[in-house]
Design a protein around this ligand. Structure first.
Ligand code: NI
Length: 137
């Protein structure tokens, strides 16, 4: 496996890529809009997004996508049809595809979302709060 197409060749070509860390605080300082996720990274077909939330969102589900909410700052309640989950900084919840949910932020809340790139913020409840094209930071 020493040829150009082998493992060693792959490692050599990857070493030329300049990798840059992402500083969440710097990214979060670049926007203040609520409920408008920003893309800060790609992981295969998934994306890492940052969002600032405040107040109540709308009930929705994502028929084909699982969605991870990780709270960075503030307090977030994910309301579910059969209860609610409270999230504090450093805590996350994965909402499986098809499960109806409504995020409610108590004051300003910053979250990291990890979900397939195809995930629409309003899921199956397209409307005024839908953000079709996400800004990249
Ligand atoms: Ni959702």
């Amino acid at each position: 496996m020493g040829g150009p197409g082998g493992a060693r060749g792959l490692r050599a070509s990857m070493a030329r890529v300049v990798l840059q860390k992402v500083v969440l605080a710097q990214k979060l300082a670049q926007f203040s809009e609520r409920w408008s996720p920003k893309v800060v990274g790609d992981v295969g077909d998934f994306q890492v997004k940052l969002a600032k939330l405040e107040g109540e969102f709308i009930w929705h589900a994502h028929p084909a996508e699982d969605e991870l909410f990780l709270v960075i700052a503030g307090r977030l309640t994910i309301e579910l049809r059969d209860g609610a989950v409270e999230l504090l900084p450093g805590e996350f919840l994965i909402v499986p595809r098809g499960v109806e949910h409504r995020p409610v932020a108590h004051g300003e809340c910053s979250v990291l979302l990890f979900e397939p790139a195809s995930t629409l913020n309003t899921g199956d409840a397209r409307g005024a709060r839908t953000v079709e094209r996400l800004e990249r930071l």
